[in-house]
Ligand binder design. Structure first.
Ligand code: UT7
Length: 330
């Protein structure tokens, strides 16, 4: 049995936070943000909208587009760094419940911006081993709940949203996910970190006063590792599978920074039509960024059955991952 990428869905919250609005909140400028990141605006969930609610909306679309009933889903994996609740219950449990699924296996994974590719890798293994037939994978983030809107080095980057896909069993080799690579290096753990709230720094008045529950990033150092790692990762996966970059129909990278995407695209000598870009309108939505970008492509009518996609992500941990996938949806 092979694992195929059957469908894609996403949910983008309505409220938009523009660079101009951020100019009124911190010492920054539209010009700086666009020049350094390519981001013009990002979407922000409203107060009552939880990470699981966005995951449910993306998941419903993905199940429908896969031509499945909710009862066909055997497992739910949610990749998130902004869960409804820290520790428990998992956001995947809540998504599963809100979707009205049967009591199925559901759990979260923590791999930051690479989360969707990690979830894909796990779902692929479940399906190929015969454990499950249809796995719903979700990347959902309410990053606005862990962003410090007094810190100009991070608050201009992130947005909210969710994306989801169904990874299902098939006997057609041409529909099979070709390969998924994932990796991590904990020696860079302080490059991107939410220091407070865990066992290292349990919640206290001090952690709150020192804003330790918000995301912190060593931006420039992360940038350098990101370009190097992402480039190596795509070269490796293409080389291993003997695929020429020009045969990639859609390169769908993690949308963290236009300059990073451009550097990797240039290293592979990709044409601009091959590179999917949404960073300008959604910012960095961590685990949701790749499926949100893929959904944009799908809804614009540009993602067709059988077309070869290359995914590439990098994030806190540090973690990274890439995947080669023919789109097996309709
Ligand atoms: O998704 C997970 C992976 N994430 C990434 O891969 C993100 C990687 N990092 C980046 O995308 C970039 O490093 C940033 C966009 C975060 C920053 O861009 P940069 O070109 O690396 O800038 P920098 O951090 O080296 O800062 C340059 C200057 C500094 O001022 P001085 O020291 O040169 O006077 C910063 O204080 O820009 C200043 N700065 C800002 N200025 C205006 C930092 N943030 C801002 C801001 N507005 N928002």
């Amino acid at each position: 049995m092979y694992a195929s990428f059957k469908s894609i869905g996403a949910y983008i919250p309505e409220k938009v936070l523009t660079n101009e609005e951020l100019e009124k909140m911190v010492d920054t400028s539209d010009e700086w943000i666009i020049k350094r990141t390519g981001i013009k605006e990002r979407h922000i969930a409203d107060d009552s909208e939880l990470t699981s609610d966005m995951g449910v909306k993306a998941g419903e679309l993905a199940i429908k587009r896969a031509g499945l009933q909710k009862s066909d889903i055997d497992a739910v994996i949610c990749a998130t760094i902004s869960p409804d609740h820290f520790c428990m219950p998992s956001t995947a449990n809540l998504i599963s419940h809100k979707l009205g699924l049967n009591p199925v296996t559901s759990f979260d994974i923590s791999a930051a911006c690479t989360g969707f590719i990690y979830a894909l890798n796990i779902a692929k293994s479940f399906v190929e081993s015969g454990s499950f037939k249809n796995v719903l994978i979700v990347g959902a983030e309410k990053l606005s709940s862990i962003v410090d809107y007094t810190d100009r080095t991070t608050c201009i980057l992130f947005g909210d949203g969710a994306g989801a896909a169904v990874i299902g069993a098939t006997d057609k080799k041409e529909d099979a996910v070709i390969d998924v690579h994932t990796g991590a290096d904990g020696s860079y753990s302080d490059y991107l970190i939410t220091p407070g709230g865990g066992s290292a720094e349990p919640c206290s008045l001090e952690t709150i006063e020192n804003r330790r529950h918000y995301m912190k990033m060593q931006g420039n150092a992360t940038f350098k590792v990101a370009v190097k790692t992402l480039t190596k990762d795509v070269i490796d996966i293409l080389g291993k599978n003997e695929i020429d970059p020009k045969d990639i129909k859609h390169f769908i990278p993690h949308q963290a920074n236009y300059r990073i995407i451009k550097a990797v695209g240039d290293a592979l000598k990709l044409d601009s039509e091959q590179v999917v870009l949404t960073v300008h309108k959604y910012g960095n939505t961590s685990s949701a960024s790749i499926p949100m970008a893929m959904n944009d492509l799908y809804e614009s009518g540009k993602l067709k059955n059988g077309e070869l996609m290359l995914l590439d992500a990098f994030g806190g941990g540090l973690t990274w991952g890439s995947a080669l996938i023919p789109f097996a949806g309709k």
